[in-house]
Design a protein around this ligand. Sequence first.
Ligand SMILES: Cc1cc2nc3c(=O)[nH]c(=O)nc-3n(C[C@H](O)[C@H](O)[C@H](O)COP(=O)(O)O)c2cc1C
Length: 215
Amino acid sequence: MDNSAELVALREEYCAHGLRRVDLDPDPFKQFGVWFTAAIEAGVRDVNAMTLATVSPGGQPTGRVVLLKGYSHDGFIFYTNYHSEKGHHLEKNPRAGLVILWKELERQIRIDGIAEKLSRDECLRYFHSRPVGSQLGAWVSHQSEVIDARRVLDARMAELTERFAGQEIPLPPYWGGYRVKPDRFEFWQGRPNRLHDRFRYTRESESWRLERLAP
Ligand SMILES: Cc1cc2nc3c(=O)[nH]c(=O)nc-3n(C[C@H](O)[C@H](O)[C@H](O)COP(=O)(O)O)c2cc1C
């Protein structure tokens, strides 16, 4: 199967907005907030979906999509299974990369930093805010482990639904959140002729250095 000719012919011109240094807040967290709000207002689908990149102990990078569930000056939060592949990677090497694409706005944001586990209280609060089915799902799935068949999940779901009937579902000990504390951001705005606008913020103790990058 070779569809490279088709892919080569795919071209999109990016011309919705420009990005100048004066448009950017000196605080990258505030700048993130401005773009996030704009993405919500523009009705971007899956606005909080982002690619999380981690590195295996052998040095193999890999990415997968997770949902952004909160952000503040402390960092960017997502929830997962600590025993998953990403969990094992972060245990050995907490460096993580996040990428958010808002295609409708021709915008991409990259965030690199260190992932740390949230407190048990924070995890508990979020866990119990989820629909009951999702809470049960966290017990049912040993995320990233090999399983024989779909029916293994269905059987475990039936068993756990019965076991936890009529009671608050406890937080699984292996389930919780991470907060990625950034030391670098990049804001990317698509422009015509592939001459996109890119600005990088790099942490310098208490402030951030802001630089324009070639596209
Ligand atoms: C739109 C979307 C949102 C997702 N959100 C999450 C999430 O918030 N947390 C999570 O653990 N997995 C989420 N996943 C599943 C992950 O992409 C991935 O399959 C799973 O976390 C296992 O990854 P790992 O084996 O690399 O640890 C999401 C997938 C998609 C497509």
